[in-house]
Design a binder for this molecule. Structure first.
Ligand code: PMP
Ligand code: GLU
Length: 397
């Protein structure tokens, strides 16, 4: 039996793999601190759960329209108007099974064989495989810690050529927390418009921003850039609903229509019950989000201080999302029991095996010399986990 090349050429998701490994160790009774999972540790709010229970009780358990029920599309439309000042109609919205599914559908309709898609690194693990699965070529545009992991506009301009179809923009960024300001987005928008490519704006962490930062969507900078932007968003991170699997895409109706066609021939509608719950999440009280972000901010402030106080570790302070991405390169080449630590994957293995702390290696995000730690876990876990990391790093000679 030969597995198709399409599947052979991609690796499993590193974030999901590490999370599963840490969970399995916990199930065996091993005391692991998980900094791996990219999901809020809070429970889904009660009023959202109640909407799902009501959907079940009402028998709302059948197929729905492929691209989502009108009431949910309307809630999404209201969200974009309320939060971003953006106007969309139903033909410009598609509801799918999570932001990841939105991105997958989008890649299937936007990219042809040989198209180039620019992905700034460090990037979220699933962007390159999603592009590859659409027979297009990911082109990695490196950013540096010195620039706060922000793209240099001149580098972006130089990377675009006739084959370039789109830029993937992820602000706030997973794994660095980097978040672009309005003026930085304007410069990027100018380049997009000059070159006539598309921008895929992954705004899934929009609501998780710190220090009172005002979030700006690149699509809100003018009608012309809005026409070149496809926004990917969802309820997973904002409302602690990762398991419900609801994401949504907003963009030009021709692209949304083609995505709807792909979805209709692959997954059909996202779960009916989750759609009702997501409608409540978007229309219901939003103060729960602020409470969650307040808690994340306290944890961020603590973990960033701990990381930056470690010898020879530096870490950019994230402006959004719930990850820190410390530079641990000075520990590579150091040894444990005579065996040198080769790379970020090896260091992550060492931290898991010896310190019982799960982190995701920077290599999975296209950035060797770094590790990603998610602070979507309790303060108590963060304190305990950082004590263990500190001790384990000291043991390397
Ligand atoms: N984009 C980014 C940057 C993410 O971190 C995630 C988290 N998995 C997603 C998209 C997709 O999230 P989901 O499929 O749960 O909506
Ligand atoms: N986005 C989260 C992460 O990066 C969830 C896992 C995934 O889908 O990659 O950890």
């Amino acid at each position: 039996m030969t597995i198709a090349r399409r599947a052979q050429q991609i690796k499993p998701s590193a974030t999901l793999t590490i999370t599963a490994k840490a969970k399995a160790m916990k199930a065996e009774g091993i005391d692991v601190i998980g900094f791996g999972a990219g999901e809020p540790d809070f429970d889904t709010p009660d009023h959202i759960k109640r909407a799902a229970i009501k959907a079940l009780e009402d028998g709302f358990t059948k197929y729905t329209a492929v691209g989502g029920i009108d009431e949910l599309k309307d809630a999404v439309i209201r969200k974009f108007k309320r939060d971003n000042g953006l106007d969309f109609d139903r033909a410009q919205i598609l509801v799918s099974c999570g932001g990841k599914h939105c991105l997958y559908n989008l890649a299937q309709v936007l990219f042809d064989t040989g198209d180039e898609v620019i992905i700034p690194s460090p990037y979220w693990v699933s962007y390159p495989p999603i592009v590859t699965l659409a027979s297009a070529n990911p082109v990695i545009l490196e950013t540096t810690e010195e620039s706060g992991f922000k793209m240099d506009p001149d580098d972006l301009r130089r990377t675009i050529n006739k084959k370039t179809k789109a830029l993937v923009l992820n602000s706030p960024c997973n794994p660095t927390g980097m978040t672009y300001t309005e003026s930085e987005l304007k410069r990027i928008a100018d380049i997009i418009l000059e070159s006539g490519i598309y921008v895929i704006s992954d705004e899934i962490y929009e609501k998780i921003v710190y220090d009172g930062l005002k979030y700006v969507s690149i699509a809100s900078l003018g009608e012309d850039i809005k026409e070149r932007t496809i926004i990917v968003h969802g309820v997973s991170k904002t409302y602690s609903m990762t398991g419900w699997r609801i994401g949504f895409t907003a963009g030009p109706s021709s692209i949304i229509g083609a995505m709807n066609k792909i979805q209709g021939q692959s997954t059909s509608n996202p779960t009916s019950i989750s759609q009702k719950a997501s409608q409540e999440a978007l229309n219901g009280p939003q103060d729960i989000v602020q409470a969650m972000v307040g808690e994340f901010q306290k944890r961020r402030d603590y973990i960033i201080d701990r990381l930056n106080s470690l010898e020879n570790v530096s870490c950019v302070k994230p402006a959004g999302a719930f990850y820190v991405f410390p530079n641990i390169s000075s520990y590579l080449g150091k040894s444990f029991k005579g065996e040198p630590i080769r790379d970020s994957i090896h260091l992550a293995d060492y931290l898991l095996d010896v310190a019982r702390v799960a982190v995701v290696p920077g290599a999975a995000f296209g950035a060797e010399g770094y590790e990603r730690l998610s602070f979507a876990t309790s303060m108590e876990n963060i304190e305990k986990g950082m004590d263990r990391v500190e001790k384990a790093l000291k043991e390397l000679a």
